[in-house]
Design a protein around this ligand. Structure first.
Ligand SMILES: Cc1cc2nc3c(=O)[nH]c(=O)nc-3n(C[C@H](O)[C@H](O)[C@H](O)COP(=O)(O)O)c2cc1C
Ligand code: SF4
Ligand code: SF4
Ligand code: FES
Length: 607
């Protein structure tokens, strides 16, 4: 780091991403600053805020540099002890460190924590090390060097050739080659031309783009200025969903700072080239992330998709040639130009180059944001980085690609994560949502969840999507209610094919994927619901029964007190009984029966 930062012996870096802020990062920062000042260490120790480290569930996170000591879940009351022990006496505090899921001893250094050490950072290279609200820190870590090279050492065609040679593909879902898209736009005669950064991120459970925008907004700006130079655009828009206020704020600060430094606006770096950016707040619907709908939204119209072609590179914003790329796609550009296409294409597989950011969530020990080289196996992501499944449960499936993606079973854990392998397996890379499921997950229920999401988010413009997703959801709802029939599976498959082929936009075209992939890999589970009226994962309420095992019950009264409909009878120290006719299957008894006793059990299937 530069400036005042380099004069201090120790840097205490506090994660100020949304997750850590929600866990009290700002209060912690204030407490640390006060305590450090009180102990007269203000001139020696610098306290600074950074963007998200990706390990949000462990927040608030603090890192002490240069040693790279990683602390998690710190509270304001821990501050005096931490300052005394570590910052004054030089003894890192074990009780605040990360302990791996297997319950071994704490791991002091971030570089040794499984969650971090298997990752490869390009897009997230500045996470946890710079203050995103200070352009000087971005510049100190080679920021805007790529732009310098693009303006002085490369022609616009040369920039496009470099991006093509790198093999970068769009990270927003479809994986279209970025250089080719830029080439199409550059070739158009019409002007002006526009650029858009797609930061709508409507997938449930996804937060990759939010994190990049919050942690390193200048990477996106630099990527867009390089892109503007390549295609000949003068104006660009960063479309960020309105539910991301911190990302909006940081991007606005970064744009102002870049203008002040002559990196945006008129005559950038004295090159005679003009380009400026503004933030647009997103409409908040999943479909508004679809490129033609997003363009309509920027134009001030309702976010409705339209037929393509013409594609935005020919007929985009206000009918002019427009390049629209995802946040992560733009954030890759500075490193590609700075380090060269050969370096980037050396990472990954034959057709999928570079890295991919995933939000790893669900039934997994280490949830968070991870960046991994393309071609890594699902097993490495789930077990080496994610730390496996908590509570001794077994891995069952991983859902990739959000509502447009599919579920892959344990048998495919060694599948390499690249565009082609995932598509062949029945899912998509998507924008990077990765939800891990354990043996307690019902795959029919999951398919219904995603289909309902698609149904609710369908804009309603075309019939196959509007009605087809509802039809499919109705069939699935019948199956989980124990009212399915064998023919339902063929009906689901037929409908899925129609919705996929006949829908106007990607929402409808991909909405059947969660159903088709679960039918492909978990057909037995569908059949169990239909033929045996059983939910093997013991999830679907209509197909399970709660009962009390008489030989285990000690008559503690806990379940009786908790039951909201008074369905449990029994006296102190006598066996309790559930009245099945009154039971509403809320599971309260199951949750309160002490773990050592476990007298309440779930059962499924015909008695
Ligand atoms: C329903 C729907 C939602 C989408 N949401 C997003 C999104 O939130 N972010 C995104 O970058 N792309 C999203 N896309 C893909 C965009 O239409 C477009 O392909 C992408 O922004 C292009 O950028 P890329 O080439 O860098 O991937 C969505 C597509 C569909 C069909
Ligand atoms: S496929 Fe669905 S979301 Fe897309 S235009 Fe048709 S109705 Fe709207
Ligand atoms: S909570 Fe468990 S042990 Fe206690 S009365 Fe209910 S079933 Fe019996
Ligand atoms: S917000 Fe702190 S690790 Fe993500």
């Amino acid at each position: 780091m530069t400036g005042p930062l380099s004069r201090t012996r120790t840097h205490v870096l506090i994660c100020a991403g949304t997750g850590c802020v929600a866990c009290g990062a700002f209060a912690l920062k204030e407490a640390l600053e006060k305590e450090i000042a009180r102990r007269g260490l203000g001139g020696e120790i610098l306290v600074a805020a950074t963007g998200c480290n990706g390990f949000c569930e462990s927040g608030p996170i603090v890192m002490v540099q240069p040693e790279g000591i990683f602390y998690q879940r710190l509270k304001v009351e821990d501050v005096p002890f931490l300052v005394e022990e570590h910052l004054i006496k030089g003894r890192p505090v074990r009780k605040f460190m990360y302990v791996p899921p297997a319950g071994e001893s704490p791991v002091p250094r971030i570089a040794d924590i499984g969650f971090f050490k298997h990752q490869r950072l390009i897009v997230l290279r500045n996470r946890g090390r710079i203050d995103p609200e200070r352009i000087e820190e971005y510049i100190a870590f080679e920021g805007y060097e790529g732009l310098g090279k693009a303006l002085t050492g490369l022609t616009p065609d040369g920039i496009i050739a470099e991006v093509k040679a790198a093999g970068l593909r769009g990270r927003g879902g479809a994986g279209f080659p970025t250089g080719l898209k830029w080439d199409f736009c550059r070739a158009e005669a019409a002007s002006p031309k526009y650029l858009i950064c797609n930061g709508d991120e409507g997938d449930p459970g996804a937060f990759m783009d939010r994190s990049v925008l919050e942690a390193d907004p200048h990477a996106v700006i630099e990527g867009m200025v390089i892109g503007a130079r390549a295609v000949g655009a003068e104006r660009g828009f960063v479309y960020i969903r309105d539910e991301y206020p911190l990302a909006v704020r940081r991007m606005e600060i970064a744009i102002r700072q870049a203008r002040d430094y002559g990196l945006l606006g008129k005559d950038i770096l004295g090159s005679g080239f003009d380009f400026d950016l503004e933030v647009v707040r997103g409409a908040g619907a999943f479909v508004s992330g679809e490129e033609t709908a997003l363009i309509a939204s920027i134009e001030g119209r309702r976010a409705f998709p339209r037929q393509r072609p013409p594609y935005p590179s020919r007929h985009g914003l206000w009918g002019k040639p427009t390049v629209i790329n995802n946040v992560e796609t733009w954030a890759n550009i500075p490193s590609i130009i700075r380090r060269g296409a050969a370096w980037f294409s050396g990472l990954g597989t034959a057709k999928s180059k570079g890295t991919k950011v995933f939000s790893l969530v669900g039934k997994i020990a280490n949830t968070g944001l991870v960046e991994v080289p393309m071609g890594i196996s699902l097993r490495e992501i789930v077990f080496d980085i994610g730390g496996g499944i908590p509570g001794g449960r077994a891995f069952k499936a991983v859902q990739i690609g959000g509502p447009s993606g599919g579920c892959l079973p344990a048998g495919l854990l060694d599948l390499p994560v690249d565009y082609e392998s995932l598509t062949q397996a029945g899912t998509i890379m998507g924008s990077g949502g990765m939800i891990v499921m354990d043996e307690d997950t019902c795959m029919v229920d999951i398919a219904l969840y995603f289909l309902r999401f698609a149904q609710e988010e369908s804009c309603g413009k075309c019939v196959p999507c509007r009605n087809g997703t509802r039809e499919m959801a109705d069939i699935l709802a019948r199956i989980v209610a124990g009212e399915g029939v064998d023919e339902d599976l063929a009906r689901l498959e037929n409908l899925a094919m129609t919705v996929r082929k006949a829908s106007l936009c990607g929402l409808g075209q991909t909405a059947p994927n969660p159903v088709l992939s679960t039918l492909r890999y978990f057909r037995d589970e569908y059949l169990a619901h239909i033929r045996d009226r059983a939910c093997p994962a013991l999830v679907c309420k209509s197909l399970i029964t709660f009962f009390i095992e008489p030989e285990k019950c000690v008559g503690c009264l806990l379940c009786k007190k908790e039951c909201p409909v008074e369905a449990i009878s029994g006296e102190r120290k006598k066996v309790h009984v559930i009245d099945q006719a009154a039971c509403i299957k809320c599971g309260a008894c199951y949750r309160v029966c002490p773990p050592k006793i476990r007298a309440v059990t779930k059962a499924t299937g015909k008695p």
